[in-house]
Design a protein around this ligand. Sequence first.
Ligand SMILES: [Zn+2]
Length: 56
Amino acid sequence: PAARRPVRCALCGRPLTGAESRRTGLGPDCDAKLHPPGPDIRTRRHEVEQDPLPGT
Ligand SMILES: [Zn+2]
């Protein structure tokens, strides 16, 4: 009986084994690509574009 269907990554097509990966439909690597860590987005508003090295 094929209880569990094989789920493949929507991005690279690799078979997913992890529970969360099958839930999101993305492998860990691809999920990280599509969903970068949150802190980066938070600090972005606080972080202003840095000017190039001063004095040049
Ligand atoms: Zn993938």
